[in-house]
Design a binder for this molecule. Structure first.
Ligand code: PEP
Ligand code: MG
Length: 540
């Protein structure tokens, strides 16, 4: 057994096969084989597995995006059964040339893609990419590499140098036991996403986490920050005991389910959950959250290769709002930029992306994108209590401009006789020091405040949240942060609006009492922290 020590950033125990994330498409090499029969069987088994993945993908896509979008995977699946165009020719190459299946698949894929690309009919020309896609999937299965997170396979511990937020957004929770990486930062969006999805995670394992470990049996302790390679019986027994202990702790917390979140002297605090997708709403409900305090809508943008259209967004917001059945859902408008990059936004290269084109700045620059999102939120608002929350506000002008655009959207919907709730509150995140300092002025135009302590901390202390190597300089309880929080709460109350916290600090039970003394109205945390926080509040 080898023990690799890193930093645990998302608690939980996992045991299974470790697989290295393969970003680049695997380029097969021509390898001579002697046993053609077993190579053909290997190819056939890979086709069966690829078909299974495609079926799973089709079902999920149909659920998420509708049947029409899912058709593409059914077409891919049919290709795997096409004896004349695909499987037959691949088998012939293996037999005639005594080459490995990966090489044979690649050869046929290139041949077919060229033929299709030359065709007159646009429909067939476009199929060239489908052929490539299916071939890549089969090759990935054959070579044991994983190129797409959405591809179904047995659940694994996924390893990488570092995961990007858009990769994490595409994780299928059912297929990921845990994530482990060489680098990474505890408060990066990637790790926030992992915690939201309840995926155990260990970062900072360094180069010792090498690709040679791929395929080995491993275990993860996301709290202690340990990765065990080929764990011995003793370690597995200890980890199992720890897992049971965690479950028991949850069981104790279960007594707080269905209870009000009140301090001992009867002050009520709204206890909400942070989510990243409509699916996460289930975790929020299971955790007994009283609402959604932060729906990170950028997931919708990060998990695809093109802008999600109005309907895709509408369906996702509607699903979430309906699931929450009357409990408030605060949807944060897109917070793309900095570490959350979606290629199709075509954002220019920036030397300091955290200080660059992100969040509200993109919305005000690409207003069509912003309007599409606002239309989707307003349309979904008829299904329950909805609020809009604007990220990264640093001036009154940005807030007023955003509200003007929201006003235009409401007028458009009214003219088109499309139903929406005209009273949807528009609040802002306080996550720049500028916003906290002028919170008295912003409070006049905002319906509520929610403090984003992750960004507020990085901008106030000038400590990059992505850079783990300077984490010792990041005092999360720094007096400057506490003063800005207090100032923001006071200014909100003076203007008669509520103020919450939705950054990671909201879940820090060491400081809950301070927030309550400051007068905080709402705390929004990852679903797994809801009951723990309720238990804490009831003792204050
Ligand atoms: C924050 O900055 O505290 C916040 C909640 O937003 P995010 O972590 O998504 O930047
Ligand atoms: Mg933020």
């Amino acid at each position: 057994m080898i023990t690799l020590k890193g930093k645990g950033v998302s608690a939980g125990i996992a045991h299974g096969k470790i697989i290295f994330l393969c970003r680049k498409t695997f380029v097969p090499k021509k390898k001579k084989i002697t046993d053609t029969e077993s190579e053909i069987n290997r190819f056939k088994a890979a086709c069966v597995e690829a078909a299974r993945q495609l079926l799973e993908l089709a079902v999920k896509t149909a659920e998420k995006l509708g049947k029409e979008q899912a058709m593409v995977f059914e077409t891919h699946s049919m290709m795997l059964e096409d004896d004349i165009e695909f499987t037959g020719p691949v088998i012939k190459i293996i037999q005639n040339e005594n080459v490995c299946a990966e090489w044979a698949v690649e050869t046929i894929s290139v041949q077919l893609s060229i033929e299709f690309a030359k065709m007159e009919d646009e429909y067939f020309r476009e199929r060239a990419i489908d052929i490539k896609d299916v071939a890549t999937r089969v090759i990935a299965v054959l070579s044991g590499t994983q190129t797409k997170f959405t591809a179904g396979s047995e659940p694994v511990i996924l390893a990488s140098d570092e995961f990007t937020p858009s990769e994490t957004a595409q994780f299928d929770r059912n297929n990921i036991l845990a994530i482990v990486s060489q680098d990474g930062a505890a408060n990066s969006h990637t790790m926030i996403f992992a915690r939201t999805m309840n995926i155990p995670a260990v970062i900072g394992l360094g180069k010792a986490l090498s690709k040679d470990l791929s395929g080995k049996d491993a275990a993860v302790d996301g709290e202690a920050g340990n990765l065990y390679i080929e764990p011995d019986k003793n370690t597995i027994t200890k980890l199992k005991k720890k897992e049971t202990k965690i479950k028991n702790e949850y069981a104790v917390l279960d007594q707080f389910r269905g209870k009000e979140t009140k301090t001992r002297d009867g002050r009520k605090i709204r206890l909400y959950a942070n989510i990243g997708s409509a699916d996460d709403a289930d975790a929020a409900i299971n955790s007994d959250a009283e609402g959604i305090g932060l729906f990170r809508s950028e997931f919708l943008y990060l998990e695809r290769d093109d802008y999600p259209d109005e309907n895709i967004q509408y369906e996702s917001y509607k699903k979430t709002i309906k699931k929450m059945a009357g409990r408030q859902v605060i949807i944060r408008t897109l917070d793309i930029g900095a570490d959350k990059q979606a290629k199709y936004f075509n954002l220019p290269y920036e030397k300091n992306p955290a200080l660059g084109m992100r969040a509200i700045r993109i919305c005000l620059t690409q207003q069509t994108v912003f309007k599409t999102q606002l239309r989707a939120i307003y349309r979904a608002s008829v299904y329950g209590s909805t609020a809009i929350m604007l990220p990264m506000i640093s001036s009154i002008n940005e807030l007023q401009q955003s509200k003007k655009i929201a006003d235009e959207v409401r007028k458009e919907l009214t003219a088109q006789k499309i139903d929406f709730d005209p009273k949807v509150p528009i609040g802002i995140m306080i996550e720049t020091p500028a916003a906290a300092v002028i919170s008295d002025l912003l409070a006049k135009d905002a319906d509520f405040f929610s403090i984003g302590t992750n960004d507020l901390t990085q901008y106030t202390l000038a400590v990059d949240r992505q850079n783990e190597s300077i984490s010792e300089f990041c005092d999360i309880h720094h007096e400057a942060i506490l003063r800005l929080i207090k100032m923001t709460i006071d200014n909100a109350h003076k203007a008669g609006i509520w103020c919450g916290i939705c950054g990671t600090l909201a879940a820090d039970t060491d400081i809950t009492e301070t927030f309550i003394n400051m007068g905080i109205d709402e705390l929004s945390v990852e679903p797994s922290s809801v009951l723990k926080l309720r238990s804490k509040i009831t003792k204050i």
